[in-house]
Design a protein around this ligand. Structure first.
Ligand SMILES: [Fe+2]
Length: 133
């Protein structure tokens, strides 16, 4: 059991998307754990790299699903994903300091929780209507 974990309140109702969201929280949790037990700077840089790789995979999968079903707000959704990746790039371009680590973790957690509850939560009824599970 980790420090940070995905919970049912963040459920979208599409199994593949929920599993990916859960994995994103596992990456954050793993990062947090490694930062408290090993070399925090190395852990942070590795963790942000893993996050970038997995976030790209997840955003692509989500965007394909929204395109496939013709979700009307898909361009705004795509833009939110793009902004997240740009912010992540800005963070990783900085020197890994304890302040930066604090800022990075805060950003990851608050962005995902908010994005899943608002933007992802908005497409959930649309996909449910389209019969996607
Ligand atoms: Fe999303």
């Amino acid at each position: 059991m980790g420090i940070i974990c995905w919970d049912g309140s963040l459920k979208i109702g599409v199994d593949a998307v929920d599993a990916q969201h859960r994995h994103l929280f596992e990456i954050i949790d793993h990062l947090l754990e490694r930062m408290t037990t090993g070399n925090p700077s190395a852990a942070l840089m590795d963790g942000l790299d893993s996050m970038r790789t997995y976030a790209r995979f997840h955003f692509d999968a989500e965007e394909r699903l929204l395109d496939m079903h013709g979700y009307p707000d898909r361009e705004a959704h795509r833009q939110a994903h793009r902004e997240f990746l740009e912010n992540l790039d800005r963070l990783t371009a900085q020197e890994p300091t304890p302040e930066m680590a604090h800022q990075a973790l805060g950003f990851l957690l608050s962005w995902y929780a908010k994005h899943i509850q608002t933007e992802d939560g908005r497409y959930a009824p649309f996909l449910a209507e389209a019969g996607v599970r």
